[in-house]
Design a protein around this ligand. Sequence first.
Ligand code: SAM
Length: 268
Amino acid sequence: MSTSFTEPAKKHLGQNFLHDRSVIDKIVQAIDPKPGDAVVEIGPGQGALTFPLLKRHGVITAIEFDRDLHAPLQAAAREHGALRLIEGDVLGVDFSALTAELAPAEGKIRLAGNLPYNLSSPILFHALDHAAAIRDMHFMLQKEVVERMAAGPGSKVYGRLSVMLQAYCTVTPLFVVPPGAFRPAPKVDSAVVRLVPMPTESIHVADRRVFANVVRAAFGQRRKTLRNALNGVADVAAIEAAGLRADARAEQIEVAGFVRLANLLADA
Ligand code: SAM
């Protein structure tokens, strides 16, 4: 097995490797790992973020799917620190179990990564499923995705991703990264975002599944009024009991409105 990074980047795995030193430094500064933090990187690739993080923090856990990268990563990591590599698909990793193993005292890990853009939504939703086990997340994503995550009611890009994330996390866009910072260069701008899951006691969603269904239905047909979009999910009486107008559209409803409606349905 090869121990150097000789393979070309694989498009189907979303491989756009960071090479801009100043961007890498800004990400490491944003994460700012402190002694004892359990930092878990998703998609270390050729180590662009992993090795600076290792140098600064000494120990990093990383999850990489591409088996051609496993041996070269392990070999190159040795001079920087202790890399614990999980060889496999991040979507199959139980972050709650990983947290119990890596951070039994605090009960929280810190996630980071320049994510494969084709999988960014599934990875975000997977992380949300384990939000109670995560202290924070620093992710590089397509700029357009970060804009959707942070958008509020009335914005054209306010949608399911905005509501689902903001119900559980504070979302802070940090900085934009141009295509030239990567090899190969993606076609679009990227951005780094910080997500901090709210403490369990400040999350008011009673039933996550009901909430997800309401939000999916409401934005599934975003041009329709709530009355029509939520047909079969919530009737007009429930919509109005939640303090919402049945002739409003999903893009006008704030996160708390969706939470009220979902909680009412969960209670019923
Ligand atoms: N962190 C590196 C960097 O910044 O140069 C690589 C980032 S690249 C955008 C995304 C990385 O995620 C690649 O190394 C890719 O192989 C890996 N990856 C893709 N799908 C994955 C999955 N399902 N689970 C874990 N890693 C995955």
